[in-house]
Design a protein around this ligand. Structure first.
Ligand code: 13P
Length: 341
């Protein structure tokens, strides 16, 4: 393992003004997104849609540091035969790959999940590296409800995340370590804070036990935020203040970067939260976005599966990428959104 090189990639992934496009929706998830815009989820449509994003010149060259791909996409070619990975490289962004294989029910723990995909991972990583992937992603899912999460779910998911991260580094691939505490419940922000703290502490404990080099990874956490069904929604300032306090408590300064998931926040909320956090600096790590829905909802709607809408889809994507790029430097203002509208 060349740690200097891993650190260089991790640092580039969280460079100020840039962040990560999470375009790694599994076949099931992209079908849900396409259903919402009335587009059939065929291999060609998935390719056309992602090609539109990767050919968005302004977004890709100025505001996107890396793209997380799904297995299907990393092997796909654009319409003109250029591998999609090459389009990403040519834009100056770094290709990455989702390597977990989804979740399964965790035995003895009703309602809880464990992420799977460690078997044969070493062999898969080798092939992904040869294809151009320089970072990877593994997502663990922790739900908050009555009586959960259990310590069992937190432990087994942290263990798997660390196993994955160590295998990635051995393959010269930067692991994005993503322990996602879901925001779907009716819990308040303080309960989210408390659970996320337990999850992050356990995750870093496992990373240390399994000898993962913190300098060669990126953390992808949720923010400390109210559950979507909670009657009392925390303000932008409270989310920013509590998230930064939480991360300062749990994330060692050796970690080069933190890139948030959007988790179901609206596009503008996700941007406003990241921006507000940068007002609380200086921060010990790079802090940016690794959004899926909060970057893609607008371009998906603008595109709606029609070739004549490609330019509009690219404009919508470039706008969100630019807004989040500004937020990653604390330079965003809501008036910029109104102007664009
Ligand atoms: P969202 O930003 O839509 O939560 O997706 C990010 C991601 O990669 C989840 O694993």
């Amino acid at each position: 393992m060349n740690l200097t090189e891993l650190n260089k990639v991790a640092t580039a992934m969280v460079a100020p003004g840039k962040g990560i496009l999470a375009a790694d929706e599994s076949s099931g998830t992209i079908k849900k997104r396409f259903d919402a815009i009335g587009v059939e989820s065929t291999e060609a449509n998935r390719r056309d849609y992602r090609e539109m994003l990767f050919r968005s010149k302004e977004a890709m060259s100025q505001h996107i540091s890396g793209v997380i791909l799904y297995d299907e996409t990393i092997w796909q070619d654009a319409k003109d035969g250029t591998p999609l990975v090459k389009l990403i490289e040519q834009s100056g962004a770094i290709p990455g790959i989702k390597v977990d294989e989804g979740t399964q029910a965790l035995p003895m723990c009703p309602g809880e999940l464990v992420t799977v995909g460690l078997d044969k991972l070493a062999e898969r990583l080798k092939k992904y590296y040869e294809r151009g992937a320089r970072f990877a992603k593994w997502r663990a899912v922790i739900d908050i409800a009555g009586g959960i999460p259990s310590m069992t779910a937190i432990s087994v998911n942290a263990h798997a995340l660390a196993r994955y991260a160590a295998l990635c580094q051995a393959a010269q691939i930067v692991p994005i370590v993503e322990p996602e505490v879901l925001m779907d419940g009716d819990h308040d922000i303080d309960r989210c804070y408390e659970v996320t703290q337990r999850v992050l502490n356990k995750t870093f404990q496992e990373l240390r036990v399994q000898r993962v080099a913190l300098e060669g990874m990126v953390l992808k956490p949720n923010m400390a935020i109210s559950g979507k069904k909670c009657a009392k929604q925390a303000s932008v300032e409270e989310v920013a203040e509590k998230t930064i306090r939480l991360l300062r408590t749990c994330v060692p300064a050796a970690v080069p970067g933190i890139a948030f998931l959007s988790g179901g926040q609206s596009d503008e909320e996700a941007t406003a939260h990241l921006n507000a956090m940068h007002k609380l600096g200086p921060l010990p790590w790079g802090l940016t976005f690794s959004y899926g829905r909060a970057l893609q909802a607008a371009p998906q709607k603008a595109w709606s599966g029609k070739a004549e809408n490609v330019a509009a889809g690219q404009r919508a994507f470039s706008h969100r990428a630019r807004m989040n790029g500004l937020a990653s430097k604390g330079e965003w203002q809501s008036s910029l959104e109104q102007k664009a509208a």
